[in-house]
Design a protein around this ligand. Structure first.
Ligand code: NDP
Length: 323
């Protein structure tokens, strides 16, 4: 296939990806990854996808010459990577370039949650400091807390290093202990939750992690418990979380991610002990540009002489270019 490959961008994507690719490839911008939007000409020419959204099996199968899907983001749960791998199609994500930024946000969200800083700021802005006096002493504190990290991967480790410097003991749960990491390991999430009072989740959304953070986990954390989620909303039973926060099963929660974004349940919005962010953990100009560059570089490298991807996801690590 000597023709210049076309790249399809289904849905919203950081504009820098298209800017980096447009001089090398014809680009096709679509409203979404709906196969019905593909013309015969697109099907004949498209060999790559750059996306920050959903790329399902039907869209993949509608593109007979597809070779690579570059996902903007380290979490690639929106892409059916297993299906792509089975069809010999490369999938890449954007690890490492966002790790420190996301860890910074996780720690900020934890402090906001425990020390009620957004509510204290609202107290000042609403004129209540002048009228009513100082903001209340917070029942929550980081002092004396024991931290449990669910998902001790690249970001989990960056969060752990930060909280270690805060003088807090760290433990974690993964499917496997991490080589060279001295933090206490627990083989189940429930055992971890029972051993700590502060659970920070940086776990990916997979079939195995779906709603794994459930009522039993909140009970295990206990009445002083704090849950922070910067991983994925799909890992949490959101109804059980609302119940745990309302009943005082746990003290508070800080959430950057939700089950059905951008729709956040009104019950969560109404809870004063929930600190809520609109999925902003990596959302700086600096880091989003680095993510855009890595997504574009994966496609540029794949279609260069080198014919290799820079950051393949594990499901497609064995995929190689056909020519
Ligand atoms: P990594 O792959 O480095 O880390 C993921 C960790 O989760 C690994 O340590 C892995 O360990 C563990 N894990 C995976 N599956 C399971 C399971 N079934 N049970 C227990 N542990 C599991 O990824 P990153 O640290 O780079 O990113 C983590 C996630 O953070 C992303 O997948 C993404 O969803 C989320 N994220 C959210 C952002 C935001 O804006 N809020 C921004 C960036 C990332 P093991 O394989 O041993 O189980």
């Amino acid at each position: 296939n000597s023709e210049t490959p076309a790249i399809v961008i289904p849905g919203l994507l950081h504009p820098r990806v298209a800017e980096r690719l447009k001089s090398a490839f014809p680009l096709v911008e679509l409203a979404s990854g709906d196969p019905a939007l593909l013309t015969q000409e697109m099907k004949a020419k498209v060999r790559g996808i750059a996306s920050a959204g959903r790329v399902d099996a039907a869209f993949i199968d509608a593109l007979p010459h597809l070779e690579i899907i570059a996902n903007f983001g380290v979490g690639y749960d929106g892409v059916d990577a297993r299906h792509a791998g089975a069809r010999g199609i490369m999938v890449t994500n954007t690890p490492d370039v966002l790790t420190e930024e996301v860890a910074d946000t996780a720690v900020g969200l934890l402090i906001n949650t425990v020390r009620e800083l957004p509510r204290a700021e609202a107290w000042l802005r609403d004129g209540r400091w002048v009228r009513e006096g100082g903001y209340r002493l917070t029942p929550g504190t980081l002092r004396g807390r024991r931290i449990g990290i669910f998902g001790m991967g690249r970001i989990g480790l960056a969060v752990a290093r930060r909280l270690e410097a805060f003088g807090l003991p760290i433990a974690y749960h993964n499917r496997r202990p991490v080589n060279g990491v001295a933090y206490d390991y627990f083989p189940t999430l429930k055992q971890l939750a029972a051993a700590v009072d502060t659970l920070v989740s940086v776990a990916p959304a997979t079939p195995q992690t779906e709603k794994i953070v459930d009522a039993g986990i909140f009970e295990a954390l206990g009445a002083n418990g704090v849950f922070v989620n910067v991983g994925r909303g799909a890992t949490v039973d959101e109804a059980a979380l609302v119940a745990a926060l309302s009943k005082g099963t746990i003290l508070a929660a800080g959430l950057d991610v939700f089950t059905d974004e951008p729709n956040v349940p009104q019950a969560l919005i109404d809870l004063p002990n929930a600190s809520l962010l609109p999925h902003v953990a990596s959302a700086t100009v600096h880091t989003r540009q680095a993510m855009a560059d890595l997504a574009a570089d994966n496609i540029l490298s794949w279609f260069s002489q080198a014919r290799r991807a820079l950051t393949p996801v594990p499901e497609t690590a064995e995929v190689t270019a056909r020519v």
